[in-house]
Design a protein around this ligand. Structure first.
Ligand code: BG6
Length: 480
């Protein structure tokens, strides 16, 4: 970030805000009739072991206690001038076992209260229907999305949501980072088969079930809640060739296709040719019914995505070794710096992905996750405790500048919700010390802390960005 020219203007009506997920903030994991979710048995995040039952070292069980403090938290978001707040509904609060006949009224009433609070402050809700928190019973009894039966349970759940909240919620996302099931089958797809033993056949059948369920949700929303706009949500990660060798460029194409397929089906309503070829050549014979094909034609109103980093791809097996262990595959880009958790920081990648998606789909886009996970230090300044998080301000500034550049390129962007606007428990590592927020939450990785909320320096900075509609962002001399 260099302080020179102001950023480009954002369009009128652009939605500014932040994003969260129920399992990472709510806590109260067994309160109000809630059933267990897969997160309740993942005390160490994606890579860690699963436990039989919840264990006290799982920080998500208490989260940041949003369940009890939502009013205070939403008031703080309103103080920053948020016009949108993304949160998820915990499926197991509504259907504790996932396959229950009737919903849990206490769970529904909780989200009524959250929506009341948002309405009070004029904040638009953006609701994720399923954010890595499938009811545990659906994993244990049905092996998650590998089973076609999950489509019916999801349908029952979304019907209840649209019926109850359809007049109050305009923006809906069907599945968080739906393409992540390829890499994290348990967290993303509630699939209990260990990843190494999961066949491509079962994995892609699960993908297919989720895609059908997503299209079904879109259909139901359009029929029952005419003002609702439904979006898919994908993990976006631009892929660059490690070298200009055509084989590396082809490796990029294949890596891109693996992820773009999800958007292609959501936007175009059918599997693209490259996916059919992949299935054919890998012995994958999907059970796709005529009814499925009809349902897939119910395409989304907008495309939303998370963006944190880019990666490189190469056809060279030796060079590929450098990427081993990276959850999304790929290899590190030698020209970029990384966060402490190895996520390579690439603001320009956000402009690239916005253009790529717009050129490909011509659907309005929504950046629903972006941010820097970093360790923060509480200090005393002007008689109050705060965090001088200039690193976070720089990251967000530079990424928002690129959103402005994409808007200037002609891309239709509905809004931007930074990830973890209030500190929360990390999805990949289950730490609290990997913080993203404008609001500090006093809780440590060992579970101690008062849960007090404190405004960081970035709190005032983001309030200024929103107040000025992005005019206070600083563009580097090179336009980046
Ligand atoms: C996204 C998820 O992958 O990245 C969020 O949708 C997650 O749930 C976010 O929290 C950041 O990842 P992490 O591992 O730093 O929490």
């Amino acid at each position: 970030m260099t302080d020179s020219t102001p950023a480009r203007p954002f369009p009128p009506g652009f939605l500014w805000g932040g994003a969260t997920a129920a399992n990472q903030i709510e806590g109260a994991y067994a309160t109000g009739g809630k059933g267990l979710s897969i997160q309740d048995v993942m005390p160490r995040g994606i890579a860690g072991p699963r436990t039989e039952r919840p264990t006290p070292d799982n920080l998500k069980l208490e989260g940041i206690d949003f369940y009890h403090r939502y009013a205070e938290d939403i008031a703080l978001l309103a103080e920053m001038g948020f016009s949108v707040f993304r949160f998820s509904i915990a499926w197991s609060r509504i259907f504790p076992s996932g396959d229950d006949e009737l919903p849990n009224e206490e769970g529904l009433a909780f989200y009524d209260r959250v929506l009341d609070e948002l309405e009070k402050h004029g904040i638009e809700p953006l609701v994720t229907i399923s954010h890595y928190e499938t009811p545990l019973a659906l994993a244990e009894k049905y092996n998650g999305w590998t089973s076609r039966e999950l489509i019916g349970f999801y349908e029952r759940y979304v019907r209840v949501l649209f019926d109850r909240y359809g007049r109050r919620v305009r923006y809906w996302l069907t599945f968080n980072e739906i393409n992540s099931v390829l890499h994290a089958p348990f967290m993303s797809g509630a699939i209990t088969t260990p990843k190494e033993e999961l066949s491509p056949q079962d994995l892609y059948q699960a993908v297919h079930h989720e895609l059908v369920a997503s299209a079904l949700a879109t259909k139901i929303a359009h029929e029952t809640a005419p003002d609702a706009r439904v979006g898919c949500m994908v993990l976006a990660m631009p892929v660059y060739p490690l070298t200009p060798a055509p084989a590396d460029v082809l490796a990029v194409l294949h890596a891109d296709h693996a992820n773009l397929m999800f958007g292609d089906v959501h936007v175009r309503g059918a599997y693209p040719g490259y996916a059919l070829r992949h299935f054919r050549e890998n012995g994958i014979e999907l059970d796709i019914t005529d009814e499925d094909r009809e349902l897939l034609k119910h395409t989304v109103d907008f495309v939303s995505f998370s963006y944190y980093m880019s990666i490189c791809e190469t056809a060279d097996p030796e060079a590929r070794k450098a990427g081993e262990g990276n959850i999304m595959g790929g290899v590190p880009n030698p020209t970029l710096q990384a966060s402490e958790w190895g996520w390579q920081i690439d603001p320009t990648g956000l402009r690239i992905v916005l253009n790529q998606f717009w050129d490909r789909w011509q659907k309005p886009l929504f950046v629903v996750e972006n941010g820097l996970g970093a360790r923060d230090e509480l200090i005393e300044a002007d008689g109050r405790l705060t965090v001088e998080d200039d690193y976070r301000i720089a990251y967000l500034n530079d990424h928002l500048v690129q959103v402005g550049e994409a808007v200037a390129d002609g891309v239709e962007v509905l809004g931007y919700t930074s990830w973890g606007c209030i500190d929360l428990v990390s999805a990949s590592t289950a730490q609290l010390s990997k913080r993203y927020g404008f609001i500090h939450v006093d809780r440590d990785d060992d579970g101690t802390g008062t849960l007090a909320r404190r405004r960081k320096k970035s709190f005032d900075w983001y309030a200024g960005v929103i107040r000025s509609q992005g005019a206070s962002l600083l563009r580097g001399d090179d336009g980046a």
